[in-house]
Design a protein around this ligand. Structure first.
Ligand SMILES: C[S@@+](CC[C@H](N)C(=O)[O-])C[C@H]1O[C@@H](n2cnc3c(N)ncnc32)[C@H](O)[C@@H]1O
Ligand code: SF4
Length: 391
């Protein structure tokens, strides 16, 4: 199938992801497709906005059916809030005029705590954004320094309070297992995050990719990797503290105050809904159509190449792949098993399921009822559980 035949199916939600590929500084641990000043080869936020609007028009021209309104829009990065609120509102208007938005659409932007003000957040709320996700990472200065974070810890509480004051739902991202971070440091970050009273918290184990600056430091022995057992203790500490404060986990790395506070956009990825990714390096996925054919594709990575292709009237797609029914079954296990709601027991996997129950990784009672749900130990070993089920 080509993009020309692509269309989201009415039985699935449709989300729009907008990738903003700029950061004021590249953090040493970050492997995302983002560019600091000096790395953009002439691409600017203004040229990016024009290119992204062009991609929306292109998307509409290749979609076969009437536009289906988006249920969610997620501005990710990079640092979307390096664009001013007017530019973000213009992109959201682009989504509205291209596809429309459902009445209670969730519209999120990621934000670096330093790149918002009371005024910019009020302008985003005014433009129908509903949610802001702050990159907090840690509350401890030496941990923030190791992560190359430039924001001051107090800017997070200020940002969350400003966002709440104008009616935006709030989330904070934390990272655990930074080299040199102790369990006591992590407890301080967890307590600080809870003290801001956000609606949602994400806590990610630090992944150090070989190609990043921190990956090089690790190879040279300049930083020490965190012991996996300590990282597991950090996860348990966070889960206990979040649960005691009234949050509920709904995905291995995500906790929400109520079911209504879960991130609907990310749930769309994890439950194989449809989405179109706008921007350099953005990925898109449209699930099975009438011919039972699903497809994923991704855009060229550099913002300059991206803008040039769209200016020339070309698709920004770099590559894509059809997904077979087996691929989709595998993805449902990989992504769905990480959700608190679990997945239906995969057929033909009784031995693997029995092993996972015996090892305490999945809930035996739920499995008897036909649903696989991870226990807390299973959440710590989710990758192993997926491997057992897909081997
Ligand atoms: C793409 S970033 C965008 C947010 C924003 N640029 C910021 O960092 O403040 C989204 C989140 O991914 C997480 N993240 C990025 N790199 C990571 C890594 N190597 N390991 C674990 N989490 C990571 C961070 O928690 C970050 O807030
Ligand atoms: S600010 Fe966020 S996206 Fe930018 S380099 Fe740091 S972690 Fe990556």
């Amino acid at each position: 199938m080509t993009q020309a035949a692509a269309s989201p199916a009415p039985e699935r939600d449709f989300g729009i992801y907008i990738h903003v590929p700029f950061c004021s500084v590249r953090c040493g641990y970050c492997d995302f497709n983002t560019y600091a000043p000096g790395e953009t080869d002439g691409a600017t936020p203004a040229s990016y906005v024009e290119a992204a609007l062009r991609e929306m028009a292109f998307a509409r021209s290749v979609m076969s059916d009437d536009p289906r309104p988006a249920s969610t829009v997620f501005f990710g990065g990079g640092t979307p809030t390096l664009l001013d609120a007017g530019a973000l509102a213009k992109l959201l208007d682009g989504v509205r005029s291209t596809w429309g938005l459902i009445v209670d659409a969730e519209v999120t932007t990621e934000a670096n705590p330093d790149s918002v003000s009371a005024r910019s957040l009020a302008a985003l709320a005014e433009a129908s954004f509903t949610r802001v996700s702050f990159g907090m990472q840690s509350a401890v200065p030496h941990v923030l320094a190791t992560l190359d974070r430039t924001h001051r810890p107090e800017n997070v509480s200020r940002g969350v309070a400003w966002a709440r004051d104008v009616g935006l739902a709030t989330s904070v991202d934390l990272i655990y297992g930074t080299p040199g971070e102790s369990l006591a440091d992590w407890r301080d970050s967890v307590d600080a995050a809870l003290g801001f009273e956000p609606d949602h918290i994400s806590a990610y184990a630090l992944v150090i990719e070989p190609g990043t600056r921190m990956g090089v430091q690790l190879r040279r022995g300049e930083v020490a990797p965190t012991d996996p057992d300590v990282q597991a203790d950090m996860y348990e500490l966070a889960d206990e503290a979040f649960t005691a404060a009234g949050f509920e986990w709904y995905e291995v790395s995500n906790w929400a105050r109520t079911a209504a506070d879960r991130c609907r956009h990310n749930l769309g990825y994890w439950t194989s809904q449809d989405w179109w990714g706008i921007g350099p390096g953005a990925h898109s996925y449209l699930g099975p159509d009438e011919a039972r054919q699903a497809r994923r594709w991704w855009n060229v990575k550099h913002p300059r190449a991206y803008a040039e292709r769209l200016s020339a009237g070309l698709s920004p797609e770099q590559e894509g792949e059809p997904l077979s029914a087996e691929d989709l079954d595998l993805e449902q296990i990989m992504l769905g098993l990480r959700l608190a709601d679990g997945i239906p027991c995969p057929p033909g996997r009784a031995d693997a399921v029995a092993r996972l129950i015996a090892d305490g990784l999945v809930d035996g009672r739920a499995a008897l009822g036909g649903t696989l749900k991870l226990t807390r130990r299973g959440r710590l070993l989710a990758d192993r559980a997926v491997r057992e089920l897909t081997a």
